[in-house]
Every structure is written in C-alpha cells, then in structure tokens.
Design a protein around this ligand. Structure first.
Ligand code: DGT
Ligand code: CA
Ligand code: CA
Length: 575
C-alpha cells in the first residue's frame, strides 16, 4: 500500500532531479530533496494537512506546501509536468550513475540523444563520447566504472551473502576495546530474503576507533563516507556496509530505529506522538520537557509505548503493531523448535557427501529425526534406479537410532511431471517414510495447467511435502504462474505440507505466500534441501522466512514430535 506521504516524497524527489538535470539552481534542488525526505518520514498522513499544517514539517516552506496541496487536490503539479515534458525519464536515470553529474547527463542527451544507461554504455563502446566537449577517454572510463557499480548495487544481495559479510564485520568490531555492544540491524536483522545494504551498530563512548577499523578491514575495498556519526564502505564483493556508533545508554533506541522497517518505525513514532513522546534513534523523550524516558534496551522502548518486544522478522507493519497492542503477537517458530530436516540429499544423487557423514552431521545439530530424500528417476541426469534407492534404504535402516537415538526417515524427492504425475507407481512409493514432490522442468505450461498439476500432486496420497513450491530463483527466475490460492487450499484439504526451502537463492515459499497459505490452513515444512554438510546450517534462513510469514511451531510439521509427524505423513491412509 502506498501512503500519501510516500507518493509526495517520490514526487518532490523527482522534481529535485528534474531541476538538477535542466541546469536549475543547485540550492533549489537540494531544498526539494530535503523536503521530500522530511515528508516521507513524517508520522502523520500529509493528505489530511492544509498548507499551514504542511509548513510545520521541517524544510517545507510556502512554495513547497503549495505544490503539495495542488498535488493532493488534483493529482498533479503543473510545474513538475512542465519539466517532465522537457526530459525523457531515461535521462533522469543517467544522473544516478556515480561520477556522472546533471550537467554531463544533459549534454549527452542534447548532443547525442542518449536517454538510457544502456544507450550510454553502447555510445562509450562505440567511442562516440570522445568528440564531445568536456568528455575524454578518462571520463569514459569513469562513467563505465560508475555504470558497473550502479548495476551491481541495484541488484540486492542474497540474505546469506549479507549475513556472512555482516558476521565478519561484527566479530572484528566486537574485539575493539570500548565496544559495549555490536550487532547488525536493518533488513538483515529482519531476515528479508534480499538485502540492500548492511547496517551495523556499535555502542561505545568513542566512535573513532570503530569507524577507522571498518575502513581498514581486509574485506573493505572502497570507503564511501568516513565520518564520526556514520561510516560507509563497500566490500570487494560490492556489498555496502553502514556503521553507526551510538552511546551505550542509547543502544536500544538505536537498534529499534535502524532495524526498521521504515514502515514499522513510522507506526512506533506515531504511537509515541499520541503518548506525548518523541521517538528517535537517540531515545524516547518527553515531547515537552525533552527528558529521556527510555533508550537503553529495545524492550524498554517498546514497553514505554505499550507494546511487547516485537521480533525483528515481524517489523514490517503487517499487523504486528495491532497484534502487539492486543497482546496477541504470535510465538514465532525458532531454530530451536526444529526437530529435524525433512529434505536432504547425499552423493547417491547430486549431493556432495556420503549418507553416513550427512547423518552424523545432522545428529551433531541435535535433531530428533532426519529424512534422506534423494532424487527420483525422472530427473534423468541423477540416474536413480529402484535397486539404488532400495540399497540406500538398507543403509538408512542400519544407521537408524545409532546417533543418540536420532530417528532416520527414508524418503525421496519426486518430480511432479507436466500432468501432475510422479516417478514411481503407488506400490513402490508405499515403501518410503515420506515423499517430497517438486517441479523441476516444464515451468511454462500455463496458469491453468500449472495449477492443476500442483493440485494433483497434493491429491496423491503418497506426497507429503510440495518442495520449493514456486521454483523461483531469486534474481534469476520468477516463480511459476499458478493460482496459488487454489494450491494452498488443496494442501490444507489433503494434508500436504508446503515447503519453506531454506536454500538462500530460493527461500521458497517466500514470506507473503506463506501468509496467504497460512490463511488457507496449510501446514509447512522448513527444510534445507542440503546437498552438503555446511548447507544444513541454511536452516536459519528458512526459519527467518517462516517467521516473516508469522508461523508458530504448530504450523510447522518438523517441530512436532515424531509420533505426531508420522500421523500427518499417513494422510488419512489406512495401509
Ligand atoms: P535495505 O537496506 O534496502 O535492504 O533495507 P533497510 O530496511 O535495511 O533500510 P536502510 O538500510 O535504508 O535503513 C535501515 C533502517 O533505518 C530502516 O529499516 C529504518 C531506518 N530508516 C532509514 N531511513 C529512514 C527514514 O527515512 N525514516 C524512518 N522512519 N526510518 C528510517
Ligand atoms: Ca540496510
Ligand atoms: Ca543502510
């Protein structure tokens, strides 16, 4: 849902860009930019304000307030439309390239009719820029570098990539004397499936040692800003890390603010205002006296707002504030609730590790049960046969209970064929303790056919879990086109669990689909689909995603005791 404030913010930001690009006064562009940010972050809905009310917002003067009123009344602003008509949208994109300012962008458009980043890259390759006044070989090189950086940084990074980088930074900074707390915040702490940049927070009396240390880390490739309040660097992998140092007594307020999300913060700030308080990254203050009433811990800040501590994975303004105020926040599933992994591979198919080693590693994680589910024969390159899988079953049975009582389930990962059929006949499937079934080919059969295919798989009495249900690959392949509501309803009706596949480039189902599926009454399995021992640890990303979908242990079949799980796996069959 787009809030009026966000709309106005986008409009003013666009106007600022248009001013800059058409050679308008720089101070005017900056003023609009500042007002845009102030309105975007303003707690009250601006569509309820008149010009006088708008002018209360810092940075909003008479002329800006008038334009906002015009926009709210008519849906557009004449002067913005006029500037828009002079400039194609693609040119605005040009000024977002690092090293390319508005003047150069305009020169490129006027002289070479370049109006997109791609056209610019092509023109440089064709050496068309060199003859332009103010451009030379060096400028071309800089622009190309800027384009590469922009393309890289626009692609958000996978949660796992960000997590690994952040944990390294946190470990390094935590060792510096004077560090009272150090943690990552932002979308990473909220376990979003992709992360724009990493936000790290330190609580210490002096900031300089931490700021300096970040710029000097071996992983740091480039220093973007080096300051006392904030330092930003880019790692060799192109990941941006923002570091802020707060006073130890403001740790909780800082973590609350920088964990976000922005939408969640707007809600907490509004609650503060209604209570006669002011909430910022420095603390919760009395609006009149300015006296600090809470800031040391997140707990304390939330409590003073009349809220329980809210798990970061829920902080998206998707109802967590209302639930918290009613005292009805869900008790979300955690890694410790997971009793076993129900989708894993060995070197019998495409895994890297022999069965015995995978089982030992699973036992090392303290699991009560563990399922081995290698690929079935219809995925031809895996060369599975009846003999091979039956021989594996013997090995699984002989290892069962050998690691402090951990029970082993022998399963398989079936292929859901174009018509919803699976690999083996029912009589053969009967021998498995559980079957995961997933789409691995024929992704574009059309919406109706794909829906029918997945529903048929659910209706198969031997299919227990739909593996990576949408088959999306983050940043590479969108999910399949299917009526997911129909599929989720079929899962609920037939007792088939939906997988939350924890592979970082899948995280499939994703949070929003989980919320929908839960509404249908479906159950879930949080599985790693591990192909090697280190991948067993991907579980955390699956659990984070499950939390973002508001799942409790009761929703997740692999938190259940084995007896309850086995009953679920029978799907009402009597054999
Ligand atoms: P990302 O990095 O795009 O994946 O997403 P975030 O959520 O990490 O966003 P980021 O890095 O821009 O800022 C970190 C947090 O700081 C954000 O979640 C909430 C807080 N924050 C940043 N800018 C604003 C703002 O303008 N208003 C409010 N209320 N909070 C903000
Ligand atoms: Ca961030
Ligand atoms: Ca940031």
């Amino acid at each position: 849902m787009v809030r009026p404030n966000d709309e106005v913010e986008a409009l003013l930001q666009e106007y600022a860009d248009l001013i800059a690009i058409t050679g308008g006064e720089a101070f005017k562009a900056r003023a609009y930019e500042k007002a845009a940010r102030a309105i975007g972050g303003y707690p009250a809905d601006v569509s309820h304000l008149d010009a006088a009310g708008l002018k209360e917002i810092p940075g909003v003067g008479t002329s800006i307030a008038e334009k906002v009123v015009e926009y709210l009344r008519t849906g557009h602003v004449t002067v913005v439309d006029e500037r828009r008509a002079r400039i194609p949208a693609g040119v605005r994109q040009l000024i977002t390239i690092p090293t390319l300012g508005p003047k150069k962008a305009m020169a490129l458009y006027e002289n070479l009719h370049i109006s997109s980043v791609n056209e610019l890259a092509d023109a440089i390759t064709a050496e068309k820029l060199r003859d332009l006044r103010g451009f030379g070989e060096k400028t071309e090189e800089n622009i190309l570098h800027g384009i590469a950086l922009m393309r890289q940084s626009r692609g958000r990074i996978l949660l796992s990539t960000a997590m690994e980088a952040a944990e390294d930074v946190v470990a390094e900074l935590s060792r510096i004397p004077g560090c009272e707390h150090c943690a990552y915040a932002g979308s990473l702490r909220r376990m979003k499936e992709t992360v724009g940049d990493i936000d790290v927070l330190v609580a210490a009396r002096r900031s300089a040692p931490f700021m300096d240390a970040l710029t000097e880390l071996p992983s740091t490739a480039e220093v973007i800003v080096h300051g006392g309040k904030k330092t930003s660097v880019r790692t060799a992998e192109g990941v941006q890390v923002d570091l802020r140092v707060v006073r130890p007594d403001a740790w909780g307020a800082g973590m609350q603010y920088f964990t976000g999300s922005k939408a969640h913060n707007i809600r907490t700030r509004t609650i503060a205002v209604h209570l006669g308080l002011k909430l910022s990254e420095y603390g919760l203050f009395d609006a009149d006296g300015g006296e600090r009433v809470a800031s040391r811990s997140e707990d304390e800040v939330y409590a003073r707002l009349g809220l329980p501590w809210i798990p970061p994975t829920l902080r998206e303004d998707r109802g967590e504030i209302e639930a918290g105020l009613r005292g009805e926040l869900p008790r979300v599933v955690t890694e410790r609730d997971i009793r076993g992994d129900l989708h894993t591979h060995t070197d019998l198919t495409d895994g890297l590790t022999p069965l015995e080693e995978m089982v030992a590693a699973a036992a090392g994680r303290g699991y009560a049960y563990y399922a081995v589910t290698d690929h079935a024969p219809n995925l031809y390159m895996q060369r599975m046969t009846d003999e091979k899988i039956l021989a594996q079953r013997e090995r699984v049975r002989s290892l069962d209970g050998r690691h402090h009582g951990m029970r082993l389930l022998h399963g398989t990962e079936l292929n859901i064929g174009p018509g919803g059929e699976v690999d083996w006949p029912d009589a053969f499937l009967q021998g498995f303790d559980l079957c995961v079934a997933a789409v691995h080919s024929h992704f574009n059969v059309g919406r109706r056919a794909m829906t029918r295919r997945l529903v048929r798989a659910c209706e198969n009495p031997r299919v227990n879990v739909i593996g990576h249900p949408t088959t999306r690959l983050l940043g590479k392949r969108p999910g399949v086109d299917a009526d997911l509501d129909e599929v989720f309803a079929a899962c609920a009706r037939t007792g088939t669990a939906l997988e939350i596949n924890a592979q970082p480039d899948r995280l499939d189902l994703g949070d929003e689909d989980i919320l929908r599926a839960k509404d249908h009454g479906a159950r879930f399995a949080v599985d790693t689909d591990a192909h090697s021992i280190p991948q067993l640890a991907y579980l955390r990303y699956g659990v984070g995603t499950a939390q973002r979908g508001w799942l409790t242990p009761d929703d997740v079949i692999n938190t259940w005791p084995l007896r309850r799980l086995r009953r679920f796996l029978r799907k009402d069959r009597t054999d």
